[in-house]
Design a protein around this ligand. Structure first.
Ligand code: 3H9
Length: 698
């Protein structure tokens, strides 16, 4: 072809009646200001040349446009705005075809929707995930998608933010054609088809859309129940409704206004922080090390954790040897894993025809010697240092040189475990969260002697298992459980001082947690916390305030959901407060001379969150977590922290270090042992710095 003009990062390749426009903005072709500018001027240039009778837009690299450049969000918007660029495309008198490969998401799909025909390349996935970032499709998505698919599928796609596979996109009318091949080749072919009249083109704004007020009302009502805290999904419904009654130009204006409203919310900042947090945690000092190859793993222990870890590894295509000491334990493990895999098939996570093959990669064994050729072994037996040291001593004698030896301990000292072997450099903690085949968090616990390439192997395994791996230092409870152990006490203190467990749970659920702390305790099993309190009793400082209510509950054999009773009573479909708990609370208040006072919901949230932030700050201060964002990721992916709040330390920045210091000092007047201002927080307050500043510095 001739007459080629380069306008990086967008290139025009024009010959005769065909103009190919290629976007090339690695890594994911996001529409940064430079791309928007270049795309708009490229289309305008082709139109001004008056030679082309068809324009095809395609992308270089691994994917079609992945949307707006979200790094620009929160900064002053720069022209040209994306909707204006796409309006130029929609109104082009020369038909524009979008050839899409990889993922066409958000502003990427919206580029396709504004074009006059859309062609997908095998493997394409499309979607409008804006809602997951706290915004809405703001470049025509809410106005154009319903015109192509009808209201119902468009509402579903926009409000859920889900990705749609190529075949479904074809069936729904989102794409007109599914093809295969290299994007440029397909682009050339499609140009010829448009010229030859075999690929029809049309403007999306000229398609009529029938209103359906009942559907809109039903969706609004559903969201009022399921997403009362979220801002963007409700605005999405309003925009789709507007598409049914406004002409395109006005609908686009309406959408633009709602998009800006979303942009201004703290939820948008929180959700985008969460998006980047998931990726930022991979930036560890060991990231350039070459990980050891892992294809065969061993899991010791067939309990809930071990079986979950084994399931996760099997689903990732690894070979797994499961070790138990007794046949009945092994049988239970196999049956749990089989149930988990069947569940994965049911939830669409695994194709039914892959079930047997997946389970076929599992080798159950009663002999530790079966781990001789494992590349990596994860010990997941109960939390007892003696037992763990014994296992690691045996592994040292059995495992091949170069095997990685990992413990799934949730709080024990990994240095001490490593000392039980002659190869502490191969030992690390891999702390999964229950259920391990579902929860995304993996704490990679780095001991004093862990070799950098072993850390890198932990991260590589995390990636293979589709986990969010976060680097943690050794301490009691690592990042997550250490912080949890601290702030959980604040809930007990408030309970004894006058707030009921139900009020505390309700206030924190209103804040955005899926469940309040007492419900979480009931779900996880109150015996777990009880065991940990007993373990720590001998070293508990005399000044520490101790609330006994949970011990009283456990002494009755009430461990929560699994025993039918805990802080709540569980009947078939009902859950109600356990009236006996109130009696324990009153008795302890009387014994300790506490006169109950009332708490507002806001005070409950403030105290609970301040306690969490204080310990999280100490975790950053002493280097257990690399950066504040690592703590945020731990809570987002392992502890049900409301994603729209971005994580505890992102949320802390909204409050500000100075205010947090003031709060802690006020609370310390009641309990100076529990409420101590972390030195780092005091310094940040003095210097006017934020946790986000620390993220950038570290
Ligand atoms: C939108 O479009 C709004 C419009 O409706 C209206 C506007 C007016 N921007 O995920 P990866 C970075 S909202 C900037 O590891 P993968 C990412 O941080 C947008 N950067 O790759 C990472 O950087 P680093 C709607 C982005 O292959 C690198 O690219 N779109 C963006 O596993 C590689 O990413 C979305 O929500 C972006 N939009 O997955 C799509 N996207 O290497 C968001 C990625 O420094 N993106 N980066 O860590 C994704 O879902 C995935 O990145 C994708 C590729 C599936 C595309």
């Amino acid at each position: 072809m001739t007459d080629s003009t380069k306008a990086a990062p967008v290139t025009i390749e024009a010959e005769g009646e065909v103009a190919l426009i290629r976007i090339d903005n690695p890594p994911v072709n996001a529409t940064s200001q430079a791309v928007r500018q270049a795309l708009k001027s490229s289309v305008e240039q082709v139109l001004a040349d008056r030679k082309a009778r068809v324009i095809v837009v395609y992308c270089a690299g691994r994917t079609f446009v992945a949307g707006a450049d979200i790094r620009e969000f929160g900064k002053p918007p720069q022209e040209p705005h994306l909707p204006d660029v796409y309006n130029v495309i929609e109104q082009s008198p020369v038909p524009v075809v979008a050839v899409m490969h990889g993922t066409a998401l958000g502003g990427g799909l919206e580029l396709g929707l504004a074009s006059h025909a859309r062609v997908g390349i095998e493997g394409l996935r499309v979607g409008l995930p804006e809602v997951t970032l706290g915004v809405l499709p703001g470049a025509g998505g809410t106005q154009r998608l319903p015109r192509l698919t009808g209201l119902k599928p468009a509402l579903d796609i926009i409000v859920s933010g889900r990705q749609v596979a190529a075949q479904e996109a074809l069936d729904l009318g989102i794409i007109d054609r599914l093809d295969s091949g290299d994007p440029r080749e397909v682009a050339v072919r499609m140009a010829a088809e448009v010229l030859g009249g075999t690929l029809p083109t049309r403007r999306t704004d000229q398609i009529d859309l029938a209103p359906d007020p009942d559907l809109i009302r039903a969706e609004a009502e559903r969201l009022a129940k399921t997403a009362p805290n979220l801002f963007a999904p409700h605005r999405c419904v309003e925009c789709v409704e507007a598409a049914t009654r406004l002409p395109m130009a006005e609908g686009l204006k309406f959408e633009r206004q709602k998009f800006r409203d979303c942009m201004d919310t703290p939820q948008r900042a929180g959700l985008i922080h969460a998006f980047f947090a998931e990726r930022a945690v991979a930036n560890v000092p060991e990231k350039s090390e070459t990980p050891r190859e892992v294809t065969k793993i061993g899991v010791i222990g067939g309990g809930t954790m071990g079986s979950g870890i084994a399931t996760s590894a099997l689903l990732a295509g690894l070979e797994v040897t499961l070790i138990e000491v007794q046949q009945d334990g092994l049988d239970r493990g196999i049956s749990t894993i089989t149930g988990n895999i069947d569940g994965a098939v049911k939830r669409g996570k695994l194709k039914a025809n892959k079930r047997d093959q997946t389970l076929g990669r599992l080798t159950p064994s009663l002999e530790m010697e079966s781990l001789a050729d494992a590349d990596l072994v994860i010990e997941a037996v109960f939390e007892d240092m003696g037992v763990k040291k014994d296992i690691f001593g045996k592994l040292d004698g059995i495992c091949k040189q170069g095997a990685v030896l990992a413990s799934n301990t949730s709080y024990l000292d990994v240095n001490e475990i490593a000392q039980a072997t002659s190869r502490p450099e191969d030992v690390l903690g891999l702390h999964f969260f229950s259920p391990a085949h579902v929860m995304r968090l993996l704490e990679v616990v780095v001991a004093d002697k862990t070799a950098p390439e072993v850390v890198a192997t932990g991260f590589a395994l995390g990636k293979k298992l589709k986990k969010v791996a976060v680097r943690a230092g050794v301490c009691d409870g690592f990042i997550g459980n250490r912080i949890l152990a601290h702030y959980r006490k604040s809930a007990d203190y408030m309970m004894l001082d006058g707030a009921s467990p139900q009020q505390i749970d309700a206030a924190l659920e209103e804040f955005g947690f899926a469940m309040g702390p007492f419900k979480v305790g009931d779900l996880a099993g109150l015996d777990i916390g009880w065991a940990s309190r007993k373990r720590k009793a001998p070293t508990r400082p005399a000044e520490e305030r101790y609330v006994e209510v949970s011990d009283r509950v456990c002494e009755q054999g009430w461990y929560g959901r699994k025993t039918g009773k805990g802080f709540y009573v569980y009947e078939v479909k009902e859950i109600s407060p356990n009236p006996e708990v109130e009696k324990f609370i009153e008795a302890e208040r009387e014994e300790k001379g506490i006169t109950p006072r009332s708490f507002t919901d806001q005070e409950i949230i403030d105290r609970y969150m301040t306690a969490m932030i204080a310990e999280a700050t100490r975790v950053v201060e002493d280097g257990t977590a690399l950066r504040p964002v690592d703590v945020d990721a731990v809570f987002l992916f392992g502890y049900g922290f409301p994603r729209f709040r971005g994580g505890p330390l992102h949320y802390a920045d909204r409050i500000g270090a100075a205010e947090l210091v003031k709060r802690i000092e006020t609370y310390a007047q009641e309990d100076a042992h529990y409420w101590q201002v972390p030195e780092l927080l005091r310094q940040m307050a003095q210097d006017g710095r934020t946790f986000d500043d620390l993220n950038k510095e570290r």
